[in-house]
Write a protein that binds this ligand. Structure first.
Ligand SMILES: [Zn+2]
Length: 63
């Protein structure tokens, strides 16, 4: 899965604030993303994140 800074994703599991939308800020083995609900920045392993993504820029990602 290609994740680039500026991409908008929707995750299967919501952030504690209730939002499921995040913006990719940095890519690498760890991804930095911004919660669109509360504005918090989160670091997450890319492998973990890819399993949690439901939509990438409004579309279902290719498996
Ligand atoms: Zn949040």
């Amino acid at each position: 899965m290609r994740l680039e800074p500026g991409d908008l994703i929707e995750t299967r599991k919501a952030h504690p604030c209730g939002s499921k939308e995040f913006e990719i800020l940095r890519k690498g083995a760890d991804i930095k993303m911004l919660c669109k609900g509360c504005g918090k920045e989160i670091w997450i392993e890319r492998i973990k994140l890819e399993k949690r993504i439901r939509k990438l820029n409004g579309q279902r990602p290719e498996e």
